[in-house]
Design a protein. Structure first.
Length: 900
RNA sequence: GGGUUGGUAGUCUAGGUUGGUUAUGACACCUCCUUGACAUGGAGGAGGUCGGCGGUUCAAAUCCGCCCCAACCCA
């Protein structure tokens, strides 16, 4: 996709001209290189920091896990519309870029790319390999992003694994710890046995999986109700004891079974409650307890609780103070709890246990079953719930504050706030931030071997690696012990990527002043956070939490939420469906500007289908813009003409309409309404400027027209610049930029305050429309000469415009009424007026008119029992013309007569 | 199961918060036209009653209720 243009210097590359056809293949790479080389997008650090004159964007750094996809192209392009618009409209724009390369995703990428396993390497060796693989991907990614003309300030980039960011992550940890917002706890955690690390709630996802549902007989040791007898005397175990049935998909958890639960409303099994049961094969005796969390819909209604099979097990374990029986270890292998099954994987153990249950008579039935299991989103392995020691950030106690913080931001679209709200309202766990991985940012603590006290790193020394560096103290401040154990765990990716507003604005700790500072305080809080709607719940949420806790401020003024890119049939793109479209393919056939035109067709927040139609429409717009520019250049070669003393009516009309357009486009871009801005601009340019105005202007040759043409054309290039950066730059450089200044650093157009007789202009356009229709209907070319046209309407100063554009030799504007006969064909009622006034009489009025049972008396209309005033109805008439020539009907009260 | 969003001509889409009667535009389709740049152009035309049912109202794509379908988020 991206080729090396470094060899092209300014001198060698083709200078911008307005000759021939527009060739995006040649033009686009030329300007991409130019912009990067000339630092066109550099943030101009102000001497007097002022948050009001700069626009700052906090770009979520993409995970380094592979190639650029359409989602990237789409998201980056939307961000770029905002960046380019504000770079022109405000003083300067801060548009940085980062790579998220410290997470499990990049480790997985490295393993895939090099075909290795992280377990086979020393931590530092593996980290090195990750850095190398990521560096290659990042270089390619940068080139791709530059080839999309994303106006990032390439002097302001970062990697989440770089020392500066490591320092910041560790500072963040220390700050929250000192604020009492963090704790370390041994508790059940969500665990990926494949990655061998704890993961957080948000990193797991549902996956439908085929499995078997096994009905297993549990022997009753003691009934809760001593009077009770088995309901089903045939339900007997191998030793002829009474039994009940447990249905489970995971018999390998039998050794971890600590109790059995019955629903309080489950009458059929009430006699069991309070008794005990024996777990088959493993033999442990477990209590039978009542709890309303039992799902009566599936299975037998009696469930076993194991430590731990799912989150309900954890809840029961905590609520009923149950013992802990660990049967599965950190790698997903059975422990000695599992007796003869020790050392088997959970899958193998499951198979063998089912076989043994069957041979011992405990397996009643085994049937195929589809159900949703929780898997780790990065590797798709089923998660386990293990009791491990982890670091947590406390969140549940402050959800109200975080909700309030979210409310302080402007959400585009507004409806996306509810996702944030619902996520917070449904929060059940504090945030587990420690991970047992090789390639992350180390948690900067040591533990005293003597008393277990936590020793924090010194803020001035950060970043530190406890495995390599010594703790900041010789002896433990608590107990005086001198032996320490380094923390081996690293941070969750999100613990770092939730700090991007702080990374971007240079947050740091000043050891001398003993306070946190910003290198660029004017950047924080940032103006905009662009964000996919799929990650509002974790990335955005975590960022708000972190930044809010560190600074007491909400990190963003606004959030712009984008949807997902779908295929042409509005289905999600996926490799398995084979419907993935890559940016490389698209840009092989279309200019980058055309792809940007497509992206601008989005309504922010909605999912967005790939549409080849829009790319083609975009390509045609580029050509149109180019061709119109050539014509303007012919008609108005002077690029900065002085404004004539008197502007022709038609020119004033164009510039007044342009004022309206500037105002509307500015409003819409400021509100992230890209699609509306794009379509209105395109329509005004194409229909009004090219089809109407240019056709008139090219029949004229005067200063007034030349002035209007030049001003309008210059304005169009600027208004189109955020959407179509290449073609506008090519034309701008060819025509307006004497000193090579980019169109992208010019000031956004402002309205010029032109007044025009809008009504007369519309009348004139209607006359032209009527004459075009006349020519079309009579098979005449549009430039066919007309001898004589009479216009019965007020077209003020537009007569010349009409006769010029329509090639009328003799145009007569008359203020008298034409010699016409009039016949009333219908009465149009103004319902907005008569509705509220006459209510259910409206039906009678309509009926009377329908039957012709009405009378027009001067200004009034009598229909049925009602008299309507002039403002309540309109008479539709048909005209017959008695004079010379042919009468053309047009809208309203205007008439045009074409002579022979 | 809960929540969110959407369902408008062949396809995509505007409008919907302020209910008012020829429902916007684009692509595709049909007819005609080489206009001082553009046939990747221009002029014109045909095509929908706004997911379904019911309600409120003189009047509903627009408000209310129920249902159906789809996507996403959370269980």
């Amino acid at each position: 996709m991206s080729t090396d243009h470094a060899a092209d210097t300014d001198e060698e590359s083709t200078p911008a001209t307005l000759k021939g056809d527009y060739d995006p293949d040649e033009v686009e790479p030329k300007w991409q290189d130019y912009w990067v080389e000339h630092d066109t997008y550099a943030y101009e650090e102000p001497e007097m920091p002022d948050a009001d004159t700069q626009y700052t964007i906090d770009t979520p750094p993409p995970t380094v896990s592979g190639d650029l996809h359409m989602g990237h192209l789409y998201q980056f392009t939307l961000q770029d519309f905002v960046a380019r618009f504000h770079r022109m409209a405000d003083d300067t724009t801060y548009f940085p870029f980062g790579y998220d390369d410290n997470g499990i995703a990049s480790e997985r990428l490295t393993e895939r790319e090099l075909d290795i396993r992280h377990q086979d390497y020393e931590r530092h060796e593996f980290q090195e390999k990750c850095r190398e693989v990521c560096a290659d991907y990042e270089a390619a990614f940068t080139e791709s992003v530059q080839s999309l003309a994303i106006s990032i300030d390439w002097d302001n980039t970062y990697k989440t694994i770089e020392p500066r960011v490591q320092r910041l992550s560790q500072l963040s940890f220390l700050d929250l710890y000192e604020q009492g917002r963090e704790y370390r706890q041994r508790a059940p955690t969500i665990w990926c046995p494949d990655c061998e690390t704890a993961i957080s709630q948000v990193e797991q996802e549902d996956k439908e999986k085929g499995t078997t549902f096994n009905d297993i007989a549990f022997e009753v040791v003691e009934f809760g109700d001593s009077e009770a007898t088995p309901d089903d005397p045939d339900a007997k175990g191998p030793d002829d004891t009474p039994t009940f049935t447990i249905s489970t998909t995971r018999p390998e958890l039998l050794p971890a079974c600590v109790s059995v639960f019955v629903h309080p409303e489950d009458d059929a099994n009430q006699h069991l409650v309070g008794g005990t049961a024996r777990v088959p094969i493993f033999g442990q005796e477990v209590p039978i307890i009542e709890d309303d969390r039992v799902d009566l819909e599936t299975g037998s209604g009696v469930v076993m609780c194991c430590t731990f099979g799912d989150q309900t097990d954890i809840e029961w374990y905590q609520a009923h103070d149950l013992p802990l029986r660990i049967a599965i270890d950190e790698s997903g292998t059975m422990t000695d709890r599992a007796g003869e099954y020790e050392g088997l994987s959970t899958e193998d153990a499951r198979e063998e246990i089912i076989t043994d249950l069957d041979s011992q008579g405990y397996l009643l039935e085994s049937r195929d079953h589809e159900h949703a299991v929780q898997v780790h989103e990065r590797c798709e392995h089923e998660v386990e719930y293990l009791v491990t020691e982890q670091w947590y950030i406390e969140m549940l106690d402050r959800t109200d504050e975080y909700l309030k913080a979210g409310r302080e931001m402007d959400w585009y679209p507004e409806k996306m706030f509810s996702r944030y709200q619902h996520w917070i309202e449904g929060l059940e766990w504090d945030w587990c931030i420690s991970r047992q991985r090789d390639s992350g940012i180390p948690i900067p603590v040591w533990y005293c071997d003597e008393c277990g006290d936590t020793i924090l790193a010194d803020k001035a020394e950060l970043p530190v690696d406890p495995l390599a560096d010594d703790p900041p103290v010789e002896t433990c401040p608590e107990c005086g012990g001198s032996e320490f154990t380094p923390e081996e765990d690293v941070f969750d990716t999100w613990a770092t990527s939730s700090l991007t507003p702080l990374i971007n604005s240079g947050w740091d700790y000043d050891a001398d002043a003993e306070e946190f500072t910003f290198d660029n305080p004017e950047l924080y809080p940032m103006n905009l956070r662009p964000q996919g709607h799929d990650i509002i719940s974790f990335w955005l949420f975590h960022t708000i939490v972190k930044c809010y806790e560190h600074t007491g401020e909400v990190p963003f003024e606004s959030v712009m939420v984008n949807g997902m890119v779908l295929d042409e049939n509005r289905e999600a793109m996926s490799k398995s469906k084979g419907n993935v479209v890559s940016p490389a393919e698209v840009l092989d056939s279309f200019p980058v500007d055309a792809a940007r035109y497509w992206a601008a067709g989005t309504s922010i927040g909605d999912d967005f289908p790939f549409k080849e139609n829009d790319l083609e429409a975009g390509e045609r717009l580029l050509q149109k813009l180019w061709n119109a520019s050539k014509l303007v250049d012919q008609l108005a070669p002077e690029t900065e003409p002085a404004e004539p003393d008197e502007l022709a009516a038609i020119d004033r009309w164009l510039l007044a309409s342009l004022d309206d357009t500037i105002e509307n486009i500015t409003e819409k871009l400021a509100a992230y309404e890209f699609s509306k801005a794009r379509d209105e601009l395109r329509t005004f340019f194409w229909s009004t400027f090219c089809d109407d105005y240019l056709e008139i202007a090219k029949q004229r040759e005067d200063d007034s027209a030349a002035y209007a043409l030049s001003v309008a054309h210059r304005t169009f290039l600027q208004l189109f610049a955020p959407f179509l950066p290449h073609v506008t730059e090519e034309i701008w450089q060819a025509r307006y930029a004497g000193n090579g200044d980019s169109v992208h650093t010019t000031d956004w157009p402002e309205t010029r305050g032109y007044d025009a007789d809008i009504a007369a202009g519309e009348q004139a356009m209607a006359v032209i429309g009527a004459l075009r229709r006349y020519k079309t209907e009579n098979g005449l070319p549009l430039n066919a000469d007309l001898d004589r046209v009479e216009v019965f309407a007020d077209v003020a100063g537009f007569a010349e415009a009409i006769s010029g554009a329509m090639h009328v030799a003799d145009l007569v504007v008359r203020d008298d009424a034409p010699e016409i006969g009039t016949e009333i064909v219908d009465i149009d009622l103004d319902y907005a007026t008569i509705g509220p006034k006459y209510g259910d009489q409206v039906g009678d009025i309509e009926a009377a008119i329908g039957q012709g049972d009405y009378e027009i008396d001067g200004e009034q209309l009598h229909a049925g029992d009602v008299t309507l005033e002039a403002d309540a109805f309109e008479v539709r008439e048909e005209h017959t013309y008695a004079g010379e020539g042919e009468l053309l009907e047009t809208e309203g009260d205007l008439a045009v007569v074409v002579g022979d």
